[in-house]
Write a new protein. Structure first.
Length: 240
C-alpha cells in the first residue's frame, strides 16, 4: 500500500513542510556529489551512531540527533520520505501552526533517534534519514484526521489499483508493519538497513503529542472544508 495523496485540503500555506523538503533535497544533492569515501565519512560524522551517543556524548554527538534527520542514503530513501512528508506533513502544519509544527517535527525526530539508540546502544552503524520525524507526523495526522481519505496504490499480485481509504487504516497498517518488522529484527546483528525502532518511536511520540493537543485544547484550529471531525460529538469540555 503506497499513499499517493490525501483528500484533505489545507487552509494555510505549508511553508515549513516545503522548506524541510527543500533542505533535505539540497543536502542529498550535496551527498551524491561527494566521492563514496567522503560521503561515508559524512554519514559517520553527521549521522546518529548509538555507541557514540551512549559512551562518548558531547556537543558534536548531540547535534547528530538533528543533523541526521536531513541526510539520506539513496534515491528511494529520500523519495519515499519526502512523499510521505508532502502528503501528511502539510495538514499537521495546518493544524498546529508553523512554530508548534517545527518544534513537534524536531522533537519527534530526536525521540525517534533515541528509540533506536535504546534498542541497539552498542551499534556503530550511523542512523540517517527523516523517517523518524516523519513517522511522528503520521502519528499526529492519525489523531487529528483519522477519517480523512487517503488515495493509495494497493497491489493485487502484479496489478495495482488506486483506492481511497481512511487515514486510520493506511497509517495504522504502516505502523503495524513497522512494529512487526522491528520485533523480528531484535537480536539480529545489524550492519545497515532500516532503523525500525526509529519509525516506531517517532510514530508513538506523534500519537502522544496529537493526543495531548486534543486534551489540552491545542487541537486543529482549522479543519478542512467538508471534513467531519470525529471528536465533535463529544462535549466541548472534553477537548479542553
Amino acid at each position: 500500500m503506497i499513499p499517493v495523496r490525501d483528500i484533505n485540503p489545507t487552509h494555510r500555506r505549508p511553508v515549513l513542510t516545503i522548506l524541510i523538503i527543500a533542505i533535505n533535497v539540497l543536502v542529498f544533492l550535496y551527498e551524491v556529489m561527494l566521492p563514496e569515501q567522503a560521503r561515508n565519512a559524512r554519514f559517520m560524522e553527521w549521522g546518529v551512531v548509538p555507541y557514540r551517543i551512549v559512551n562518548e556524548l558531547d556537543l558534536a554527538a548531540a547535534m547528530t540527533l538533528i543533523t541526521s534527520m536531513f541526510m539520506h542514503g539513496g534515491w528511494m530513501h529520500i523519495l519515499s520520505n519526502m512523499l510521505y512528508l508532502l502528503i501528511f506533513g502539510d495538514n499537521v502544519e495546518d493544524a498546529l501552526g508553523h512554530a508548534r509544527y517545527l518544534i513537534v517535527y524536531l522533537a519527534c525526530g530526536v525521540g525517534a533517534a533515541l528509540a533506536q539508540v535504546a534498542v541497539a546502544p552498542d551499534s556503530q552503524v550511523p542512523a540517517i534519514g527523516a523517517s523518524g520525524a516523519i513517522a511522528g507526523m503520521l502519528g499526529a495526522y492519525m489523531v487529528f484526521y483519522p477519517t480523512a481519505r487517503v488515495e493509495s496504490l494497493v497491489f493485487f499480485g502484479f496489478f495495482a489499483r488506486l483506492v481511497s481509504l481512511p487515514a486510520v487504516l493506511v497509517l495504522g497498517s504502516w505502523f503495524v508493519l513497522q512494529f512487526f518488522s522491528g520485533v523480528a529484527s531484535l537480536g539480529i546483528t545489524q550492519t545497515g538497513g532500516v532503523a525500525w525502532f526509529a519509525h516506531i518511536g517517532g510514530f508513538v511520540l506523534g500519537l502522544v503529542v496529537g493526543g495531548l493537543c486534543r486534551l489540552t485544547g491545542c487541537q486543529p484550529r482549522r479543519l478542512a472544508s467538508g471534513y467531519q471531525d470525529p471528536y465533535s460529538r463529544y462535549p466541548r469540555s472534553y477537548d479542553r
